[in-house]
Design a protein around this ligand. Structure first.
Ligand code: G1P
Length: 286
């Protein structure tokens, strides 16, 4: 079983400047909870019990958020605000969180390399914080974990994108299609549409075997001058099979403003205390 997950959260958040000058992008709220909490919850619901969050120097707000705040909790208890106390106290319960600092931002591949001591020789999951998945059924990550159970190999979570959008993602080259998953022959990071081998994009969820570290350690810089996880996965394919699966879940790219706003509206529409007011507000705005 996959019990460990890695969440890289060391990026600069340039798409949300200037707010990300002072607030980590992972802490931007979907109403009253930060995006990273939804990622942690997805991991938890997928059976993960230990999570390593890879942070950089200006990300202490993430560590504080998942820690207890004894002063606040005492005040809430003294004021008999038991319900609010529970809300605050229960954040991150049921999963062990660990943090490590990435000293230099050399790319996603380099960030994952920081997890080597944590995951050791076990297969592990990776969840990227910009991709938020909401699923009525099985959580997105659990769908990959189940395929890993069956194949014992690395599995990439994918979604179909439009031709113009291939240059925003790692794109898969399928070798063989099985009932609801694919065996891959290649992956390429952010190709121009005319060079994209398919429209299957890596959507921020992975299950990787520990063999990946061998390739990450020797990985040259790729697209954007960064050490790319996608490039190391391509080299991993020379040694092990790698599969991909289209995840059945609604995806929000919360690193993009329009998806971020949609995530907030959708969450409000699911909240009984907000639903009617939001519906009325949206109607008024036409
Ligand atoms: C990263 C990966 C890319 C993947 C994407 C999913 O890119 O490098 O392969 O498709 O996440 O969100 P980023 O968006 O961090 O540039």
């Amino acid at each position: 079983m996959i019990k460990k997950a890695v969440i890289p959260a060391a990026g600069y958040g340039t798409r949300f400047l200037p707010i990300t000058k002072a607030i980590p992008k992972e802490m931007l709220p979907i109403i009253d909870r930060p995006t990273i909490e939804f990622i942690v919850e997805e991991a938890k619901m997928s059976g993960i019990d230990q999570i390593l969050i890879i942070v950089s120097s200006n990300k202490n707000a993430i560590i504080d958020y998942f820690d207890h705040n004894l002063e606040l909790e005492t005040i809430l208890l003294n004021k008999s605000k038991q319900e609010l106390f529970n809300v605050v106290h229960d954040i991150g319960e049921g999963v062990h969180l660990f943090f490590v600092r990435q000293k230099e931002q050399l790319g996603l591949g380099h960030a994952i390399l920081q997890a080597e001591a944590f995951t050791a020789d076990e297969p592990f999951a990776v969840l990227l914080g910009d991709d938020m998945f909401v699923s009525e059924g099985k959580p997105a990550l659990k769908q990959l974990i189940d395929l890993h159970q069956k194949t014992q190999a690395s599995v990439l979570g994918t979604m179909e994108v439009s031709y113009e959008n291939t240059q925003k993602y790692g794109i898969c080259e399928p070798q063989q299609t099985h009932e609801d998953y694919m065996e891959l022959r290649g992956v390429v990071e952010k190709p121009a549409p005319e060079y994209a081998p398919s429209l299957y994009a890596i959507a921020g969820r992975y299950v990787l075997t520990p063999t990946i570290y061998k390739y990450l350690k020797t990985q040259n810089k790729g697209k954007g001058g960064e050490i790319q996880l996608t490039d190391a996965i391509l080299r991993l394919m020379s040694e092990e099979k790698v599969y991909a699966k289209n995840m059945e879940a609604k995806r929000y790219d919360v690193g993009s403003k329009i998806d971020y706003i949609e995530a907030i509206i959708d969450r409000a529409l699911q909240d009984d205390t907000l639903k009617e007011d939001i519906q009325a507000m949206l109607k008024r705005k036409g």
